[in-house]
Ligand binder design. Structure first.
Ligand code: UDP
Length: 372
C-alpha cells in the first residue's frame, strides 16, 4: 500500500485523496492547517439567519464537462441556481454579462441580435491585431463606453492594477451575448449543493483509506514519512518565498444583517470607481429552495495579499509568470512532491476545472509504474 500525504483539504486535495484511496488503494493522509475542510469553498449555516454562508465568498458550480458534473453529483445533491448578475452604476442598473438587454438599455435602442452585433463591432473598431491584454480585449469586443461603464473600474478595484497589465484571458472568462440570455455562465450544468460545499467535500473524503487532520500545518520533515506528497498550498510558500513572492489578490467582507430581502438578487456588481467595494452578495439567494426571514449580505473589497492574508486570486502579471516559471523549475528538484490546485499551480481555477485537474493528476499518478 502506497502511503501518500496530501496537503490541503480543499476541492483539489479531497478529489485527489478519494481517487488515490479508492482507485489506487493508497493510504492517504490529508492535512489542513485551517479548522475546517473544503478550503475556500467552505460553507456553514449562519447562526443568526439560518442562511447557508459561502464563508470565503460566492461559489457557484458550473461546468461544461459531463465527467465533472457526474463526479460532483456523486457526492452532493445540487439545487438549481442560475447566476444572473446585475451591475449597479451611476447610469442605472444593468444586466450582466453584456447581453442584448444591456446594450439596448444602455444606449436606449431596440436593436435586434444582428444589429447589436454590427453595432458593437463598429464600437470596437476594426483591428486585425490580437488583443494583447484585458483592456484591448474588452474594448475590441464591447467598445469604449461599455468598457468604461462595466469593466474598467471593476477590474482596477478587483485586481489593483491597470486593466492593460492583465492578460486578455481574464476578460475571455466573460461571455458577450447578442440575445436576452442573462445567465452569467455559458455552461450546460450549473447549481449549488443543497447541503453546502463542505458537506460535499466531507463525503468525498469519507473513505476508509483516508485520514483527515485539521488544524495541522504542513512541515517539511513530514515528507520523509510518505512515498509521495501532493501539495495544494501556495508554491512560493512551500519554498519559503526564497525566489520572491507571487502576486495574489485577497478579498475581505463587510457583513450586513437585515430582515427580509436586502438587495433582491444573489450578486450585485458595483463597477464605479467611487464605490470602494466590488460587489455585494446576499447568500440566501444562492439557495432559492430555502426560506429565511432574516438575511445576510456581504460587501466585498479586494486588496493585495499581505503576509497574514489568505491568497485568493493568482494575479499572473508578466513578472508573476516569470517568477512562477522559476518556482516550477525549482519544483523539478523535488520529484517526491507534486503541486496541485489553484495555489499549487498558480492558476485561476474554477471549481469544475479544479475537479477535472485533480482527476487528471490521479490518472497520471496511476500510470507511473512506481505508484502501484
Ligand atoms: N469584471 C468586470 N466587471 C464585472 C465583472 C467582472 O470588470 O462586473 C472583470 C474582472 O476583472 C473579473 C473578470 O472580469 O476579474 C472576470 O470576471 P469573473 O466574474 O469571471 O470573475 P471572478 O469573480 O469569477 O473572479
Amino acid at each position: 500500500m502506497k502511503n501518500v500525504l496530501i496537503v490541503g483539504a480543499g476541492l483539489s486535495g479531497a478529489v485527489l485523496a478519494r481517487e488515490l484511496a479508492g482507485r489506487l488503494a493508497c493510504r492517504v493522509t490529508v492535512l489542513d492547517r485551517r479548522d475546517h475542510l473544503a478550503g475556500n469553498c467552505h460553507t456553514r449555516r449562519d447562526r443568526v439567519s439560518g442562511v447557508m454562508l459561502h464563508v470565503y465568498g460566492p461559489h457557484i458550480f458550473h461546468t461544461g464537462s459531463g465527467r465533472v458534473w457526474e463526479y460532483a453529483n456523486r457526492f452532493a445533491k445540487f439545487g438549481p441556481f442560475i447566476n444572473r448578475v446585475k451591475a449597479v452604476t451611476k447610469r442605472g442598473v444593468f444586466s450582466l454579462p453584456i447581453n442584448l438587454l444591456t446594450v439596448n438599455q444602455f444606449f436606449g435602442k431596440t436593436l435586434t441580435p444582428a444589429q447589436a452585433r454590427a453595432f458593437l463591432a463598429e464600437l470596437g473598431g476594426v483591428t486585425d491585431s490580437e488583443p494583447r491584454n484585458f483592456e484591448e480585449q474588452a474594448r475590441k469586443l464591447v467598445g469604449g463606453e461599455l468598457y468604461e461603464a462595466f469593466f474598467h473600474g471593476y477590474t482596477k478595484k478587483q485586481w489593483g492594477c491597470e486593466p492593460r497589465e492583465l492578460p486578455a484571458s481574464v476578460f475571455q472568462r466573460l461571455p458577450v451575448r447578442f440575445n436576452y440570455d442573462d445567465n452569467y455562465y455559458a455552461d450546460p450544468w450549473q447549481g449549488i449543493p443543497v447541503d453546502g460545499y463542505s458537506a460535499m467535500v466531507e463525503k468525498i473524503l469519507a473513505h476508509p483509506n483516508i485520514t483527515l487532520k485539521l488544524n495541522t500545518p504542513f512541515a517539511h520533515a513530514l515528507t520523509a514519512s510518505f512515498d509521495h506528497v501532493f501539495y495544494s498550498g501556495a508554491i512560493d510558500e512551500f519554498f519559503n518565498y526564497q525566489l520572491g513572492r507571487l502576486g495574489y489578490r485577497t478579498v475581505t467582507f463587510e457583513r450586513i444583517d437585515a430582515d427580509g430581502d436586502y438587495q433582491g438578487n444573489a450578486l450585485l456588481n458595483y463597477p464605479d470607481l467611487d464605490v470602494p467595494y466590488t460587489r455585494v452578495h446576499e447568500h440566501k439567494h444562492f439557495a432559492p429552495w430555502e426560506t429565511h426571514e432574516k438575511t445576510v449580505a456581504f460587501r466585498e473589497y479586494s486588496k493585495e495579499t499581505g503576509p497574514d492574508d489568505l491568497p485568493y486570486y493568482p494575479k499572473n502579471l508578466a513578472a508573476d509568470q516569470a517568477l512562477h516559471r522559476q518556482y516550477v523549475a525549482l519544483a523539478k528538484t523535488r520529484p517526491e512532491v507534486t503541486f496541485i490546485g489553484r495555489l499549487g499551480t498558480y492558476r485561476y481555477l474554477d471549481m469544475d476545472t479544479t475537479i477535472d485537474a485533480a482527476l487528471t493528476v490521479a490518472d497520471e499518478f496511476a500510470r507511473q509504474p512506481a505508484a502501484r
